[in-house]
Structures are given as structure tokens and as C-alpha cells.
Design a protein around this ligand. Structure first.
Ligand code: SF4
Length: 368
């Protein structure tokens, strides 16, 4: 256990752990499953060994909050098709390079000669477009509400600066519709959500109110430090104990009820909601973003005439069930054998925020 943290102290962590044990002792005699929705939570929990502080009846499940993990094979196939197109430079965040499509991954396509470049921000991709006016530069735009506003701002900048060769291939995902889809699944075993801190800085804690009202599910918006997560868990347990589900915020230092209005305005100026396919889960209504007609000149789907790819149910990989919290990584029969960080067969093992990668690196499965 490593409880070194920039916020709070070890004694804070121990105090919250004591509260968790006391509250859990007063709960009925069964297992309670709390889902950390965000991949950053998953990594923090694994890195700091927080599960070891919890009583047996409190289990943490990883959710669908890793953007790379939920990016479907059909999208990767479309990105690969564009990377192989004459005159195109395909730009992407590094995590996406190893994610398998139905046949291969961007990393392999680059080794075969396609011009695929890793960038650290959409602005890097815009700069490449401005340096190469004779090429079309496509940015593979994945991510949740956290990244979508920045990418939208870059599209607006590209339009204003006349960079007509800068395009995006969006596969953004929205968190609240995904929470509904999880709760609608009869196999769902979630008793409460630790809602994602980063996403919530944009959408605000109010964005979860409709889900909590409709499903009576306890929900706490939590930060990523060990003390944040350990403070949020007793908050959740109190809601469960008193049967008063509501949205509460532990991450007050960053998250406001209304979110970031400017970021949301920018996001919805460029994008509109659309049904989206989540890897291993399938289509979820209004859970993605598409480029509005006004910005169609920067939309790779429109410019290249790309249609939506069908949903592929994965073979041996059980990422879908892992992302829904139905199984843990170790319950996948090929975890740590055929599927390791060096030979990932699914996105949950590829991404640095993936729950299988976290379990492999920080669990007893070996070193990543
Ligand atoms: S261990 Fe690998 S194959 Fe299994 S669910 Fe995780 S990523 Fe998919």
C-alpha cells in the first residue's frame, strides 16, 4: 500500500478507512459493489493499493470510463482505412496506436509505411496540417466530455485560420447515457457510482441528477487522490445505509454543479449528440457526438464519405463485461496468459487507464 499523496495525509486515509469499516459493519450481510466509472480512478486505486483497505463486503468495480477501452473496432478500422489513403496524415493520441481493430492496429499500419503520427494535443495536429497544406491531416478524436471541448475549439480555430486540410474523425463518448445503459443491464450489480472527476469538471454534478432520480442509485463525484477516493466511499455507504440516493460532490475543489459553461458551449457549437457504439457493450442512444453540418468541411466522415461501422462482438476478449463491472479482469480466461500488456488482445489491456492493465501491473499478475 502506498498512500503518499499531494492532498491529505496518511492519517486522513486511515481515518476514512476506519469510517468505511464502521459503516460497512452496519450494512446488511452481503457484498456491495461500488463502481469507479473513470479509468483514472481505476489507476489510482490500483497504484495506491486502496482495495486492501476495504472490508470484504465492499468491492470496487471498474467502469466504462477509459476512452480508449470503449473505442470500437469499427472506428479503428475506419482510422486505418484513412491512414492508408494517399495524401493523408493520420494523427492520434499514443494510447490508440495498439488498440486492435478487426484485423490489425494503427501501430502495425505505421510500420507498413502509412503516415501515422502520435500527437499530444489536437493543436499539434492542426500545426501539422498548416505545415503540410498539400496533405489532409486527420485527427482521430476519441475521449469523453473532458477532451471534446478542446478538440471542438481546435476545429473552430482551423476554420477561422482557413486550415481546410485539418479534419477530425470523432468517436467521442458521453458518460451519463452510459450509466443508464449499465443500470438497464439485468446483469448489473452496481450499488453506487464514484462519478468521474475530470468529466464532471465539464458537465457538472447536476448532469447526473436525472440518472440518480430515475434509478435511485447513490452517486458521489470524486477526485483521484487516495484521500479523495477514500473520503467518497463512506459518503456512498451513508447514502446506501440511509436509502437516500442523491448526487453529492467530494471533489469540490474542482467540480461545480453547473460544470464549465464555456467548455460546454464550445463543445455543442461544433458537435451534436448521436447514438454511439461502445466497444464490447454495443450501441447506446445519444451517447456520442457527431460534427454539426456547419463544420462538415472538417468532418472526415463527411469529406471521405465514411459510413458508420457495424458493432463487432469480440471473440475471446471480455472487455465488454469488464467495462460493465460484470466480471473482474482476472475472470477473463486469457488474462495474464494470452493477453498481457506486451500482447494485448483487448483495449482494457492496451490503455494505461484500462482495468486489465491496472490489474496486471499492480495486482499479483506480474510486472507490466
Ligand atoms: S484480459 Fe485481455 S482479453 Fe481479457 S478482457 Fe482484459 S483485455 Fe480483454
Amino acid at each position: 500500500m502506498n498512500l503518499q499523496t499531494g492532498y491529505g495525509t496518511r492519517s486522513d486515509c486511515e481515518r476514512y478507512a476506519d469510517q468505511i469499516h464502521t459503516l460497512a459493519g452496519d450494512l446488511p450481510d452481503r457484498t456491495f459493489h461500488l463502481m469507479e466509472v473513470c479509468g483514472s480512478h481505476t489507476m489510482s486505486i490500483a497504484r495506491h493499493g486502496l482495495k486492501a483497505l476495504l472490508p470484504d463486503k465492499i468491492k470496487l468495480l471498474s467502469g466504462p470510463g477509459c476512452p480508449v477501452c470503449v473505442t470500437d473496432e469499427g472506428y479503428i478500422d475506419n482510422a486505418i482505412r484513412l491512414a492508408r489513403t494517399e495524401g493523408v496524415i493520420l494523427t492520434t493520441f499514443g494510447d490508440l496506436m495498439k488498440v486492435p481493430g478487426t484485423q490489425t492496429a494503427l501501430e502495425r499500419v505505421r510500420s507498413e509505411g502509412a503516415d501515422v503520427r502520435v500527437v499530444y494535443s489536437p493543436l499539434d495536429a492542426l500545426e501539422i496540417a498548416q505545415e503540410h497544406p498539400d496533405r489532409r491531416v486527420v485527427f482521430a478524436a476519441v475521449g469523453f466530455e473532458t477532451t471534446a471541448p478542446g478538440i471542438a475549439a481546435t476545429v473552430i480555430q482551423a476554420r477561422d485560420e482557413g486550415a481546410t486540410n485539418f479534419l477530425i474523425l470523432p468517436a467521442h463518448k458521453l458518460v451519463p447515457p452510459a450509466l443508464r445503459a449499465l443500470l438497464d443491464d439485468p446483469a448489473c450489480r452496481v450499488d453506487g457510482f464514484l462519478c468521474p472527476g475530470h468529466v464532471s469538471t465539464i458537465i457538472g454534478s447536476n448532469a447526473y441528477e436525472p440518472v440518480v432520480t430515475d434509478y435511485a442509485i447513490p452517486s458521489i463525484v470524486a477526485g483521484f487522490e487516495p484521500t479523495d477516493i477514500l473520503e467518497a466511499i463512506p459518503m456512498l455507504l451513508r447514502q446506501i445505509q440511509t436509502r437516500q440516493p442523491r448526487v453529492e460532490t467530494q471533489y469540490h475543489r474542482v467540480v461545480k454543479p453547473e460544470g464549465n459553461r464555456k467548455a460546454l458551449e464550445t463543445m455543442y457549437a461544433v458537435y451534436e449528440p448521436i447514438d454511439a457504439v461502445w466497444r464490447g457493450i454495443g450501441p447506446i442512444p445519444k451517447s456520442g457526438l457527431k460534427v454539426r453540418e456547419t463544420y462538415a468541411a472538417h468532418d472526415a466522415y463527411a469529406v471521405f464519405g465514411i459510413s458508420d461501422a457495424p458493432f463487432f462482438k469480440e471473440g475471446p476478449c471480455r472487455c465488454g463485461d469488464v467495462l460493465k463491472g460484470i466480471i473482474g479482469p482476472r475472470e477473463c480466461s486469457i488474462f495474464g496468459t494470452a493477453c498481457t500488456p506486451r500482447t494485448p488482445l483487448g483495449p482494457c489491456m492496451v490503455s494505461s487507464e484500462g482495468s486489465c492493465a491496472a490489474e496486471y501491473k499492480y495486482g499479483t499478475g506480474g510486472e507490466a
